[in-house]
Design a protein around this ligand. Structure first.
Ligand SMILES: C[S@@+](CC[C@H](N)C(=O)[O-])C[C@H]1O[C@@H](n2cnc3c(N)ncnc32)[C@H](O)[C@@H]1O
Length: 300
């Protein structure tokens, strides 16, 4: 049986469902839409318009939507791009490139980028360059020269309960070390454990504002950075905002206990069971009490 099931999301873009992870690659509302709302817009690429070079890391490239959207914008500028991707499985990109509904989404330059990665793992176009490091992100990240810091890190693994190894305190700390001072680490995750790991790594965090058609959600993701945003800029910024009191309190519950992977080689079952044990012994408040309190407050 095929590991990946293809389907079309509500915006007409192709996505996959993984049978081994028992999880979809994207939001049902739209694979392309999700990349635009949760990665491209919070990146605010216009901030880099004066920079000579922009360095991007895509953690879990999958079919490539997050990178595709970013490159569509960047390739229209006269600015050097250095791109690195971390992905364990070549099949999602192969499946995507075989589908006309995927290919027709992209300009010829971005399609060429995808084709180069598929064929050789490398891309060059004028002064731009890119490399996909196939394999486990936890090890493959060391192939990228240590002195390189990233202006954008797009973090898009399966959910923490399915792929805890890429949400561990240690992996987040590693990504933080590689983030430039003005850079942004962006993820769809709103999990308290992930946000708390970002804070413990020394990052300032912001909540991605849900799109108009997802107003029932309290947050659409997290933007983390070393250098915080000045207050007047936050209020005029509609892509992300400070955490609400509800979100801040979430970080003080047992859900904030991190996924730990000290060897960088732990398997998901071990990582999950270590965390469950730590949660069962924790003095932190129960997440269900936090949820109940906020549900009651919202009904009043
Ligand atoms: C949610 S999907 C990514 C979706 C993708 N960003 C896109 O736009 O299509 C998660 C991806 O993580 C990859 N993955 C799972 N474990 C990994 C690991 N240890 N290292 C690198 N990639 C991994 C899967 O193969 C899958 O492609």
């Amino acid at each position: 049986m095929d590991e990946h099931k293809k389907h079309t999301t509500k915006d007409g873009s192709l996505s996959l469902y993984s049978l081994s992870y028992k999880e979809g690659f994207h939001d049902k509302n739209g694979a392309l839409r999700e990349s635009i709302d949760k990665y491209l817009l919070p990146a605010q690429l216009e901030r880099f318009s004066n920079a000579e070079k922009i360095v991007v890391l895509d953690v879990c490239m999958g079919l490539g939507y997050n990178t595709g959207c970013i490159l569509e914008e960047l390739l229209n500028r006269n600015q050097k791009i250095e791109w690195h991707g971390l992905e364990i499985d070549q099949r999602p990109l192969n499946i995507a490139l075989n589908e006309k509904i995927f290919r027709k989404l992209w300009s010829s330059k971005v399609l060429k980028f995808f084709n180069c990665l598929q064929k050789t793992g490398e891309w060059t176009e004028g002064f731009h360059k890119g490399t996909i490091h196939w394999g486990d992100a936890r090890q493959k990240i060391y192939e990228i020269q240590d002195s390189l810091s990233f202006d954008l890190i797009l973090l898009d693994p399966f959910s923490p309960q399915k792929c805890p190894e890429l949400w561990s305190e240690e992996f987040i700390s590693l990504l933080t070390k590689r983030l430039s001072f003005e850079g942004r680490l962006i993820t769809y995750s709103t999990a308290a454990s992930i946000r708390a790991s970002f804070i413990r790594a020394g990052l300032k965090i912001y909540s991605i504002v849900p799109s108009i058609d997802a107003q029932n959600k309290w947050s659409a993701g997290t933007v983390a950075m070393k250098k915080g945003i000045e207050r007047p800029l936050i209020s005029t910024n509609c892509q992300f905002k400070d955490l609400t009191t509800k979100e801040v309190e979430h970080l003080a519950t047992r859900s904030s206990i991190p996924y730990r992977d000290p060897t960088g080689q732990g398997n998901s079952k071990e990582i999950i069971s270590t965390r469950e044990l730590e949660q069962s012994k924790s003095q932190l408040i129960n997440t269900s009490s936090w949820r109940k309190r906020w549900n009651t407050a919202q009904k009043q």
